[in-house]
Design a protein around this ligand. Structure first.
Ligand SMILES: N[C@@H](CCC(=O)N[C@@H](CS)C(=O)NCC(=O)O)C(=O)O
Length: 217
């Protein structure tokens, strides 16, 4: 399988699919196409019908959209436990993942993903991202309390739902988001996950800076 992704320094949707493949030990070749360099869109369009990343190629199967990629590999590798085994936990995890995929636009707009920087905490934009964060904290706590007692992740062991929220964790780290102890513990669990740490380190080592995803302070 080949996975087309963009910059590890910035690409949150690439991160989600990549993290599932890497964490669950699924063999794949990675193709990195940096955004906003000469010919970037044409290069992505050669492989990805939507012109966006991530995009997975498995022989003549092409899967675009992060969540569809995760579902594809979960079906292809059913023994890896990519989704929680328990049906109620799995339904909750799938709802959480879909809510992430479809929502939280305010947070995504006002606090760009950036694995290369940290900033002191401040309210950015019109403050509506704080409402998104409130909902995310509530969702994480509910998942942890109802299904996550056996480990440090949302459903105990690391799952696709954690991968979908990993770039949100990254934003909370980047922007020094004020969090309580329960959320801080979850953030730390993601931050120290070997696959997450590998991505973050690679992002910091990349030569590309994307000006529109950088703030002065
Ligand atoms: N809904 C898509 C979002 C993909 C997306 O917006 N990817 C960004 C990179 S993180 C991208 O390709 N941006 C280039 C563009 O929008 O032209 C998914 O879940 O995969």
């Amino acid at each position: 399988m080949k996975l087309l992704i963009a910059n590890k320094g910035y690409s949150s949707w690439s991160h989600r699919a990549w993290l599932v493949l890497r964490h669950f030990g699924i063999p794949f070749e990675e193709i990195v196409q940096p955004l906003y360099v000469d010919g970037w869109k044409e290069a992505i369009l050669k492989l990805s019908p939507s012109g966006k990343v991530p995009c997975l190629m498995d022989g003549d199967v092409t899967v675009w959209e992060s969540l569809a990629i995760i579902e594809y590999v979960a079906e292809k590798f059913p023994d890896r436990g990519i989704w929680p085994a328990d049906a109620a936990a799995r339904a909750h995890a799938r709802s959480a993942a879909a809510e992430m995929h479809a929502g939280f636009q305010n947070l995504r707009r006002d606090y760009c993903s950036n694995w290369r920087r940290t900033y002191p905490w401040k309210v950015r934009g019109d403050g509506s991202a704080l409402e998104d964060a409130k909902r995310i904290f509530a969702l994480w706590k509910e998942a942890r309390q109802r299904f996550g007692r056996s480990g440090p992740f949302l459903y105990g062991a690391f799952s696709a739902a954690d991968a979908m929220y990993a770039p949100v964790v990254s934003r909370f780290i980047t922007y020094s988001w004020p969090v309580d102890a329960e959320i801080a513990a979850y953030i730390e669990a993601i931050r120290t996950l070997p696959a997450y740490a590998e991505w973050a380190e690679a992002g910091r080592a990349e030569p590309w800076t994307i000006a529109q995803y950088e703030y002065d302070e």
